[in-house]
Write a protein that binds this ligand. Structure first.
Ligand code: HPA
Ligand code: ZN
Length: 327
């Protein structure tokens, strides 16, 4: 029987969490007060975190919430709150997504964002959590905007503060190929590469194919639709591609945990990991809740969860020496 205690004690890595998506209403309320922003509510529980259906609806709420993040201290507090929670549930390693363009586009400087997040990551080492950053391009912004963002990131990448590059936001009409040249350039600069291929998007299989065959990503974020193309799925398994799957995020955005394709990928031996995506917008369900609730609903065994946790380290971008420690 799976218990909370078992899940909490299991060493794991989180590979798919958007730091801005960890913003809980309590902190949003506090930051609004600190920054003199009027949210039009008199308590945190009046902050609306609901969205009806689909990625675009979710994103609207997500981008609205982050307007309260202004100073370096705000980004620090956000990241610290998340990492402190992770330390309590045996999350040893985190690869955090951040969305610089969502901030630079409203006048916050790149350095404000990354300095705050990075300092919290440094301080979290004392809690036994190793946190690294993955910078995401917003795919609904222009190529030119992404190009400028890659240039802004350069000094921080060279200092070792940014481990990889991702692609997120609204997928409709924004295929991986739109950013082909930039990802190719980033690869030569030593970035690890991953990309979102959210569930059930328009052209979803085409996007997965482009990410795998042309961009040559090392992981896919979500990617559950790959099961509709058995050849492509076998290819991904052969290549030991990581699938960072987010069951509760799927439940919130698509009203479906996507258990069927997730279980099929697991059964076929794909490197599936469980992750939280945007816990501040998804009922405060963190990575441990994703392990526990999926396992309980679909009767996974302890061995299954151990496998998923091992997959999370295997598909992470920690050194091979560090990997051996967890496998
Ligand atoms: N998909 C795409 N973009 C996002 C997500 C997601 O799940 N979360 C935050 N930005
Ligand atoms: Zn995501």
């Amino acid at each position: 029987k799976i218990t909370r205690k078992f899940v909490d004690g299991l060493p794991k890595a989180e590979l798919h969490v958007h730091i801005e998506g960890t913003l809980e209403p309590d902190l949003e309320f506090k930051l609004a007060k600190r920054n003199g922003i009027d949210l039009g509510v008199s308590s945190p529980d009046q902050i609306n975190r609901s969205y009806k259906y689909g990625l675009a609806a979710f994103l609207k709420s997500y981008y609205a919430g982050m307007q309260t993040l202004i100073t370096e201290q705000d980004f620090y507090d956000l990241t610290w709150a998340y990492l402190k929670k992770m330390a309590k549930s045996s999350v040893k390693h985190v690869e955090l997504f951040f969305d610089p363009q969502a901030h630079t586009s409203r006048g916050i400087s790149f350095s404000t964002v990354i300095n705050g997040i990075h300092q919290a990551a440094v301080d979290a080492r004392a809690l036994g959590v190793d946190a690294q950053l993955i910078m995401c391009f917003l795919r609904d912004f222009s190529k030119e905007s992404a190009r400028k963002t890659l240039i802004q990131a350069k000094p921080y990448h060279e200092k070792g503060w940014i481990l990889g590059l991702g692609l997120d936001s609204d997928e409709h009409h924004n295929p991986p190929l739109k950013f082909m040249m930039l990802f190719a350039k980033a690869k030569t600069e030593g970035y690890h590469l991953t990309m979102h291929c959210d569930p059930d998007q328009v052209d979803t299989l085409k996007h997965i194919k482009q990410a795998l065959e042309i961009i040559e990503v090392e992981r896919i974020d979500h990617g559950v639709n790959i099961v509709a193309d058995p050849d492509l799925m076998d290819f991904a398994i052969q290549k030991q591609l990581g699938f960072t799957i987010c069951p509760i995020s799927n439940l919130y955005i698509y009203h479906d945990m996507k258990a069927k394709p997730t279980l099929e990928l697991l059964k076929k031996g794909a490197l599936v990991s469980f992750n939280s995506d945007d816990p501040g917008y998804m009922g405060s369900n963190y990575i441990d809740d994703n392990y526990y609730k999926f396992a309980e609903k679909y009767h996974l065994s302890r061995e299954d969860l151990v496998k998923i946790a091992k997959n999370s380290f295997l598909s992470s971008w920690i050194s091979n020496t560090a990997k051996k420690f967890y496998l």
